[in-house]
Design a protein around this ligand. Structure first.
Ligand SMILES: C[S@@+](CC[C@H](N)C(=O)[O-])C[C@H]1O[C@@H](n2cnc3c(N)ncnc32)[C@H](O)[C@@H]1O
Length: 249
């Protein structure tokens, strides 16, 4: 895949201009990904538009309003659930230079690779990796109710991801669910899952990725009251019995 949208044109399309140091860090991240991908099969999205649009742009577009608002300079606490090869977490760590990030994945070799990438990029002090199931993270005092933003891309269906993310939010925090296509049925299912979590949809963002890379949606979810302690449920249950789904008698 040849990169068709380059440098300034890419950032203009995104609506956010990284500093030269941030642009360099994003290039270094691509190089890290190349190196680690030759050892582990982390992602197929490493070169050209696959990296700059399907990884970097796709990670950053929903947070452009935040980046434009000056929040990029605030000491936010962010958590990326199911970070896999490090997205969107590492791209956000570069875009938000004052933020503390927690990146969670249950696969040890991915966590080790992302930890090594973060260290090589000089992000080691601000990026903490946790190798565990998010159902456990959400019940731990150090993480539950602690984050300004909890986000997940390509991890599970929206109702399942909602159960992973909402318990991690501080009262003014927001969850960000990265989605591809989004329908009225999806919205209904997410709304049903949010009722027991005592949360609601705040915004539904949408945009087309450049170079015909497809439609994207991002659901911003806010807590309406403290999340009941029963959530997230035990490991595996959120995916097996998604909240809000009709159950057979
Ligand atoms: C398809 S990958 C997506 C990775 C990355 N977020 C991205 O967009 O490229 C999904 C990742 O979520 C992780 N994952 C899925 N369910 C999880 C859970 N309950 N707890 C922790 N990690 C989970 C998997 O191990 C996998 O690395």
């Amino acid at each position: 895949m040849v990169r068709t949208l380059t440098g300034n044109a890419l950032w203009q399309e995104l609506g956010w201009q990284p500093s030269p140091a941030q642009e360099q860090s994003l290039g270094d991240l691509q190089e890290q990904l190349r190196q680690w991908n030759s050892k582990l099969n982390l992602t197929r999205l490493v070169e050209d538009d696959d990296f700059w649009i399907a990884q970097v742009f796709d990670s950053l577009w929903p947070v452009v309003p935040l980046l434009q608002s000056g929040a990029a300079q605030a000491p936010l606490r962010l958590i990326d659930v199911g970070t896999g090869g490090g997205f969107p977490g590492l791209a956000l760590a570069i875009a938000f230079p004052q933020a503390q990030l927690t990146l969670v994945d249950s696969v040890g070799r991915k966590v080790e690779a992302v930890q090594a990438m973060a260290a090589a990029l000089g992000l080691g002090e601000r990026v903490q990796l946790r190798c565990e199931r998010i159902e456990r993270t959400g019940q731990q005092q150090a993480c539950r109710g602690q984050f300004d933003w909890a986000l997940a891309r390509a991890v599970a269906s929206a109702p399942v991801v909602a159960e992973y993310l909402v318990p991690l939010l501080q009262p003014q925090g927001r969850a960000l669910l990265y989605r591809g296509q989004w329908s009225a049925d999806d919205q209904r299912d997410l709304n049903a899952a949010l009722i027991p979590l005592k949360a609601g949809i705040d915004q539904c963002l949408a945009r087309e990725l450049p170079s015909g890379r497809g439609s994207r949606h991002a659901l911003v979810v806010k807590p309406l009251a403290p999340c009941p302690r029963t959530y997230p449920r035990a490991v595996g249950l959120p995916a097996k019995q998604p909240l809000g789904a009709a159950t057979c008698a």
